[in-house]
Design a protein around this ligand. Structure first.
Ligand SMILES: N[C@@H](CCC(=O)N[C@@H](CS)C(=O)NCC(=O)O)C(=O)O
Length: 247
């Protein structure tokens, strides 16, 4: 019987990548179930059977075959997995240390997360039809958040909340890291010395390469927007890699 936990999603998704990275970091076996964001098809997030289980209709989503427990939202999933398995290094037990991680995870949503709407989606997802106003608002929010990271969080500590990486760093990296020159090449981080140092440190955190192969496959999209086949091809290579690692 297959008792691996199931994660619904595609590896290109920032939020999915965060959960996959945590699972690779902790070597917990899992199955990535291909679930297409926004699709009404049987394997899509807008199909009635998916919405019945996960009313938000988003990826990632977790299914625990041992208990039947279902959960969406990447941050909730990472907190749940850390709680369940006692991964206190990445989500500290100490109430104050944990509260600082939670602080950043809540802050993340309309700030660091804007990296995708500001830079990734306009090149890779023209089908979303984002307006110029929405894109420039996202750019403004992301720039403020990046400055906050540079001049506050990462000016005080090696990682976001202390001297050790936590799930707050993972959540932030999947957004910011995707824009680096070795991946999509959509943002120049050179003027941000603390962020640059942190990006390098994070890229050597266990599980980074396995969860980010999809972005190496996609490559530089700064000049020419990827075709749908390029996005699908990178996702398929990412999925195959993950399946080979978790078999
Ligand atoms: N806050 C959510 C965001 C996840 C999210 O935006 N997922 C996108 C794909 S990257 C999605 O499922 N979109 C499908 C839709 O909105 O129809 C999380 O952290 O899990």
């Amino acid at each position: 019987m297959n008792n691996k936990i199931k994660i619904h999603g595609v590896p290109m998704s920032q939020a999915v990548r965060a959960v996959l990275w945590l699972l690779f970091n902790k070597e917990l076996s899992f199955e990535l179930v291909l679930t297409v964001p926004g699709s009404k098809e049987e394997n899509g997030t807008r199909h009635p059977s998916y919405l019945e289980k996960y009313p938000n209709g988003t990826i990632p989503a977790l299914e625990d075959p041992d208990t039947g427990f279902l959960l969406a939202e990447s941050h909730a999933i990472m907190c749940y997995l850390c709680n369940k398995h006692g991964w206190d290094d990445l989500y500290p037990q100490n109430p104050e240390a944990r509260a600082k991680v939670d602080d950043f995870l809540h802050y993340h949503h309309r700030n660091i997360k804007e990296a995708t709407l500001a830079f990734f989606a306009p090149m890779a997802r023209p089908d979303l039809g984002l307006s110029e106003d929405a894109i420039s608002m996202a750019k403004r929010l992301f720039k403020n958040a990046l400055n906050m990271l540079e001049n506050q969080w990462l000016a005080k500590n090696k990682f976001i909340t202390g001297n050790q990486a936590t799930i707050a760093d993972i959540a932030a990296y999947v957004e910011i890291g995707q824009l680096q020159s070795q991946f999509t090449n959509l943002y120049n981080f050179e003027p941000f010395s603390n962020v640059t140092r942190w990006l390098k440190d994070m890229s050597s955190l266990k599980g980074h390469d396995d969860s980010h192969l999809v972005l190496s496959e996609l490559g530089d999209i700064s000049e020419i927007p990827p075709k749908i086949e390029d996005l699908m091809g990178a996702n398929i290579k990412g999925l195959k890699h993950i399946a080979s690692k978790t078999a």
